[in-house]
Design a protein around this ligand. Structure first.
Ligand code: FMN
Length: 155
């Protein structure tokens, strides 16, 4: 199981889910063995089988989704090569601002040391409760290309 990667994501509006698929497909195209779980419905597997863990989550009302945060708090993430991405409305304007506001405090609070940690543009709340899709899969593809080089080599 050397070099296996787990990608765990949590999405409400679909942006994080879309990015999760792009990241998984890109890593796989570089030869990584990636298992994907949806934290909303899937059972979390035994993490001892994985050297690399990628976590994706959305943010609403100023809060990163609870199940994403809970996953990031897990003690068995220790020693994993970890990467985190976020889908957010603020990132439509400024990915750096979104990262500083939502990701950096979590990384600090949980004592994490991710190899990559970035915010991607999500779906913006619009009129009549509709979401305007501002996702850009190319951002996630390029991110995952970079990440692929930083993760432990595939078996
Ligand atoms: C009710 C609601 C509240 C939101 N609050 C925030 C927020 O506080 N900060 C932010 O950056 N984006 C916010 N957004 C935008 C979301 O981050 C965006 O929709 C993102 O795509 C969520 O990820 P998901 O589609 O995977 O659920 C909000 C969106 C909705 C619908």
């Amino acid at each position: 199981m050397d070099g296996r990667t787990l990608l765990a994501y949590i999405s409400a509006g679909g942006a994080t889910e879309r990015y999760a698929h792009v990241v998984a497909d890109t890593l796989r195209s570089r030869g990584h063995a990636v298992d994907m779980i949806d934290l909303k419905r899937d059972k979390i597997p035994d993490l001892s089988s994985y050297v690399n863990v990628v976590v994706g989550a959305g943010v609403r009302m100023g809060m990163v989704y609870r199940k994403g945060k809970r996953f990031l708090r897990r003690k068995d993430l220790e020693g994993k090569r970890l990467a985190i991405f976020l889908s957010s409305g603020i990132a439509v304007m400024s990915a750096e601002k979104s990262k500083a506001k939502f990701l950096e405090p979590l990384v600090k609070k949980y004592g994490l040391d991710p190899v990559m940690c970035d915010a991607f543009p999500g779906k913006m709340p619009g009129s009549m409760g509709k979401l305007k899709d501002m996702t850009d899969p190319e951002i996630a593809r390029l991110w995952a290309e970079q990440l692929g080089a930083k993760l432990s080599a595939p078996a």
